[in-house]
Design a binder for this molecule. Structure first.
Ligand code: G3P
Length: 217
């Protein structure tokens, strides 16, 4: 399973990159706004900087919701860097746009996916990635992880090549469960990723080793 960081924060991207396990980045309009990135030139520069730090796919989301504007916007985003993947919402015009991008060799990430039916449509349209939002499904009282298992089973059965990019990650356990469920990618904020490092017995064991090392060094 690949690790993507779900942020537009450059310091966090550098920190995850330094760990040596970062495979890519996903962003969305909310994450870009959080970093205070404003205006077309600033957005382009921000994506360029991310692509310079990370050698992997970087999802950049269109802001429009109609077919024609999504195509124009997506073409501009894709021209920023070869690693840019155009992120398109799961709406009727979005599916049409994904098919258009697929036919024109522009890779897409179909976002805001909350059902197996939506994931089938994204795959049929040729999306490189499909992004089921498991945390938001959990938040609304359903089981987000169940959706990852269901999409995995359907994609394997049907031979779809679209990669399952589990998004809206809320915890370290979500990451582990995504790996168990066969997600191709897990995009996470930094904290749940760093949570994978932690175990109290590791800290206790290391303290003892360091203590004992003093006896013979
Ligand atoms: O990037 C899309 C997704 O990961 C959003 O997550 O935490 O806003 O539900 P969240």
């Amino acid at each position: 399973m690949k690790f993507f960081l779900d942020t537009a924060n450059l310091d966090q991207i550098k920190e995850a990159h330094d760990l040596g396990v970062l495979d890519g980045i996903t962003t969305n309009p909310s994450l870009m706004a959080k970093e205070g990135v404003k205006g077309y030139d600033a957005v382009v520069n921000h994506y360029k900087t991310i692509c310079e730090i990370v050698d992997g796919d970087v999802s950049a989301e269109v802001l429009s919701t109609d077919f024609k504007s999504m195509i124009e916007e997506g073409e501009r985003l894709a021209a920023i860097h070869p690693n840019i993947v155009v992120k398109v919402p799961m709406i009727k015009d979005g599916v049409k746009a994904i098919k258009w991008f697929t036919d024109h060799d522009i890779r897409t990430n179909c976002t805001l996916v909350f059902s197996a039916g939506q994931a089938i449509l994204a795959a049929k349209a040729g999306a490189a990635y499909v992004s089921p939002f498991i945390g938001r499904i959990d938040d609304s009282g359903w089981d987000g992880m169940e959706l990852i298992y269901q999409i995995r089973a359907i994609y394997d059965m049907q031979g779809y090549f679209t990669e399952i990019l589990a998004a809206s990650i809320r915890s370290t356990n979500h990451i582990i469960s995504c790996a168990e469920a066969g997600a191709d990618v897990c995009t996470t904020p930094l904290d749940p990723l760093l949570g994978l490092l932690k175990h109290p017995l590791t800290d206790i064991g290391l303290a003892k080793f360091c203590e004992d090392a003093k006896k013979f060094s």
